[in-house]
Design a protein around this ligand. Structure first.
Ligand SMILES: C[S@@+](CC[C@H](N)C(=O)[O-])C[C@H]1O[C@@H](n2cnc3c(N)ncnc32)[C@H](O)[C@@H]1O
Length: 245
């Protein structure tokens, strides 16, 4: 269902035929009106689960987009918060929302860095890194590089956290719609270049934990109780907490 002020179907089609980076540059001005921006209830649930793991001085939002995770980091970090993304358009919107004239004057310093998350330009400076809503843009074979890059950006003892939703029950409506989306994207990417990498089913919790452990992280999982439980009693979403030793 299109949102009145959100992107039109034509705009979404043009974006979907662009590269991942260019697609986000085009979507940026209307991104916060789409369902792709991480909802506040997820941000709040993560902030509440991460707060007891602190205090934190320096935070990094990986694939920050318009800065949803930067808002969380501003609550949790005392010194400095950095958002990194490869889309100049998304960073432009983030900058004006979080560091423009109407932004809150208080809190940690915020800066924005344009870089590919597969080649982060940081020294081990952060004690908290997080990421929301972006892992579908990485192919499974790119995960080890991505995790290596985050690991190398963390101080010893620093943590990398992100939420992972439980997969929909096999055969449910959500199951078929995510499967249908991924199949459509595979067909699109086989037929059309540049590719737009976005898949919903390429980030399974078990494989992700294995890759994090291979990178050197110590991993634990916390249920995000604020997001509820499924009929079988399992959490709807978990927080992955990956600590650099
Ligand atoms: C769905 S948006 C999520 C934005 C934000 N984190 C949120 O939760 O609202 C995905 C973001 O990932 C960024 N992105 C995708 N691949 C990237 C890469 N390889 N390096 C840096 N940023 C990337 C896109 O530019 C986009 O801003």
């Amino acid at each position: 269902m299109p949102i009145p002020e959100g992107p039109t179907l034509r705009e979404l089609a043009v974006q979907a035929l662009s590269s991942t980076m260019r697609g986000y540059d085009l979507l940026a001005p209307k991104f916060d009106l789409t369902p792709y921006r991480t909802p506040d209830r997820v941000l709040d649930a993560v902030a509440d689960a991460v707060r007891p793991l602190g205090p934190f001085d320096r935070g990094l939002d990986v694939c920050c987009g318009t800065g949803a995770g930067v808002g969380v980091l501003r609550e949790l970090c005392r010194e400095r918060v950095t958002g990194v993304d490869f889309s100049a358009g998304m960073l432009g919107v983030a900058r004006s929302a979080h560091t423009g004239p109407s932004a809150p004057a208080q809190g940690p310093a915020v800066d924005w860095v344009r870089a590919d998350a597969r080649a982060l330009p940081f020294t081990p400076a952060f004690d908290l890194a997080l990421s929301f809503g972006a892992f579908g843009h990485f192919l499974p074979e790119e995960r080890p590089t991505l995790f290596d890059q985050v690991y190398a950006s963390l101080r010893p003892g620093g943590v990398f956290v992100f939420p992972v939703g439980a997969p929909p029950a096999v055969g449910s409506r959500a199951y078929w719609s995510l499967l249908g989306f991924d199949v459509a994207m595979r067909v699109r990417n086989a037929l059309w270049h540049p590719r737009f990498i976005m898949y919903y089913r390429t980030f399974p919790l078990a494989g992700v934990v294995d890759d994090l452990v291979r990178t050197g992280f110590e991993v634990r999982l916390l249920p995000l109780e604020a997001l509820g439980r499924r009929p079988d009693g399992s959490p709807r979403a978990r927080l992955v907490v990956a600590a650099r030793g």
